[in-house]
Design a binder for this molecule. Structure first.
Ligand SMILES: CC(C)(COP(=O)(O)OP(=O)(O)OC[C@H]1O[C@@H](n2cnc3c(N)ncnc32)[C@H](O)[C@@H]1OP(=O)(O)O)[C@@H](O)C(=O)NCCC(=O)NCCS
Length: 151
């Protein structure tokens, strides 16, 4: 597990632009994974499972609640983007959520995140907006868009 936390954090540190302050700390991820409701998946550069001990190209973090699951984070290392790794990870997260009994998946995204293309492609639709939900390090505020997907 510690090994997988290392692999998640290596992707986290490479994937998130500090301008958005979206990356989680090692402690936040560790605390989250200590809860039985939190699940993660790792992918290699082809979207498959990475070999034991090999670095990951991407990961997802999800939280299950009765009947639903939330996509907390999805990230792919910049050098492996645009090759379907994110799509493969999201597909796996949707399948796993369905197997756990979820009927819907939700996620929250900062307004204008290019990841929206991936979410829409996989069947997510916008269902709500939280005004000025994110505060950026430069002091600006951004709306959050909630997306939902029927499983
Ligand atoms: C979002 C992210 C996970 C996508 O990973 P990826 O491996 O590049 O995604 P894929 O190659 O599977 O792309 C799948 C689809 O998503 C869309 N897409 C992905 N990244 C995109 C971008 N930067 N701009 C526009 N569309 C994009 C495209 O529609 C693409 O479909 P196509 O291959 O038919 O063109 C990756 O860009 C990332 O890690 N971003 C930084 C972290 C982040 O913002 N995560 C989301 C919030 S937690």
């Amino acid at each position: 597990m510690n090994d997988d936390l290392d692999r998640i954090m290596a992707v986290m540190d490479a994937a998130f632009d500090p301008a958005w302050a979206e990356a989680w700390t090692r402690r936040q991820v560790g605390d989250s994974l200590a809860l039985p409701s939190t699940h993660y998946a790792l992918a290699d550069a082809r979207g498959g499972l990475p070999a034991p001990g090999a670095p990951a190209a991407g990961f997802t973090l999800t939280r299950h609640a009765p009947g639903e699951e939330e996509l907390l984070l999805i990230a792919v290392r910049p050098e492996w983007r645009g090759r379907g790794v994110g799509r493969a990870l999201l597909r796996r997260a949707l399948d796993a959520a369905r197997e756990r009994g979820a009927e819907r998946m939700f996620l929250e995204m900062r307004h204008n995140n290019p990841a929206e293309g991936l979410y829409r492609q996989m069947g997510f639709e916008p269902i709500g907006r939280r005004s000025s939900y994110y505060r950026l390090p430069d002091g600006r505020f951004l709306d959050a868009i909630t997306f939902g997907c029927k499983l």
